[in-house]
Design a protein around this ligand. Structure first.
Ligand SMILES: NC(=O)c1ccc[n+]([C@@H]2O[C@H](COP(=O)([O-])OP(=O)(O)OC[C@H]3O[C@@H](n4cnc5c(N)ncnc54)[C@H](OP(=O)(O)O)[C@@H]3O)[C@@H](O)[C@H]2O)c1
Length: 290
């Protein structure tokens, strides 16, 4: 263990497998207190054991919650706040390419719920501990798709899993802009980490060429992919680069970087739609209409 992050509290969502687990290991090796947030308790326990053993850092813990539910994200945030009044880094890594169209028990389309709404609620609920840590908040960048704001549950037409995923990813990028505005003057920095095309469980639902054995051989390993998130969490001076998107230790190339996500009209619509969805759920926990 190289204890350069000793004393820092780093929260990583979706840390039970794939890129999140590799990120947790990379950060644990740097000596931070690592909190691994994920959904499945058995996978979480196994990942915790592996990360502790491979990093030789015993200061690693888990929180389990279904973050795709507003109620679940709020419960996870309450537990995190109670344990850690100061958070130095939050890596919003949890994500999903769904197998098919599904609504959460709260009535939100599941890809939009986990790829975007979950992070929105976590940041909102963790505002004070993030400010206390003058934190870095890292969002995982994925291939964006246009959002049909009149059909957020994807009820119209044929459901395309990768497009549904991309809507959540575009919304989470646009939300970064709003959070950076709300965090102005607090020292909190919003950053994006692009992991590359990575051989993980999520990829099996992408379909097409991405699901072939040959394509999977060409993909990055989760360990290599985690370098982008570890860089955003740890590199010196990134406070001067709010809203920058990194691939490894370099800014994303113009060719690869998502386009249009900082456009004020889009940011406004994402914020309004997200706040409406969340407040409808909070107003009584009723199912939204499909
Ligand atoms: N793979 C790629 O090529 C690629 C490319 C660009 C961006 N990304 C982004 O990288 C991030 C990690 O993706 P990955 O490929 O490593 O995925 P993965 O291996 O499938 O891991 C997903 C993680 O998210 C957690 N998660 C999923 N749904 C959840 C829920 N409802 N509540 C709490 N946790 C939940 C999972 O927890 P459980 O194990 O408990 O289910 C798991 O730890 C995602 O944000 C993804 O969009 C990936």
């Amino acid at each position: 263990m190289n204890p350069t992050l000793r004393g820092k509290v780093v929260v990583i969502t979706g840390a039970s497998q794939g890129i999140g687990k590799a990120t947790a290991l990379g950060i644990a090796k740097l000596g931070a207190k690592v909190v691994m947030v994920s959904r499945d308790p058995a996978r979480a326990a196994e990942a915790l054991r592996e990360v502790k053993q491979q990093s030789t850092n015993d200061d690693v813990e888990t929180v389990t919650a279904d973050l795709s539910l507003v109620e679940g994200a709020k419960r996870a945030a309450a537990e995190l706040k109670a344990r850690h009044p100061r958070i130095d880094v939050l890596i919003n890594n949890a994500g999903l390419v769904p197998a098919g169209r599904e609504l959460t028990a709260e009535g939100i389309e599941s890809a939009f719920a986990i790829n975007h709404v979950a992070h929105w609620v976590l940041i909102r609920e963790l505002f004070a501990p993030l400010v206390a840590g003058r934190a870095r908040v890292v969002m995982l960048v994925g291939q964006p798709s246009p959002i049909d704001f009149d059909d957020l549950t994807c009820a119209k037409g044929t459901y395309k899993t990768f497009e549904a995923y991309g809507r959540g990813k575009l919304a989470s990028l646009a939300a970064m802009v709003e959070w950076q505005r709300r965090f102005a003057g607090t020292g909190v920095t919003m950053l994006g980490a692009f992991p590359g095309i990575v051989d993980t469980a999520s990829m099996k639902n992408v379909g097409g060429i991405f699901s072939t054995a040959f394509a999977r051989m060409l993909m990055r390993s989760p360990e290599k992919a985690a370098r982008s998130s570890v860089f955003c969490a740890t590199a010196a001076g990134l406070e001067q680069r709010p809203l920058a998107l990194f691939s490894g230790d370099k800014p994303m190339s113009k060719f690869m970087a998502p386009k249009g996500w900082q456009e004020p009209g889009l940011v406004k619509r994402v914020v309004e739609a997200t706040e409406r969805l969340v407040s409808q759920v909070e107003a009584g926990g009723q199912r939204l209409t499909a």
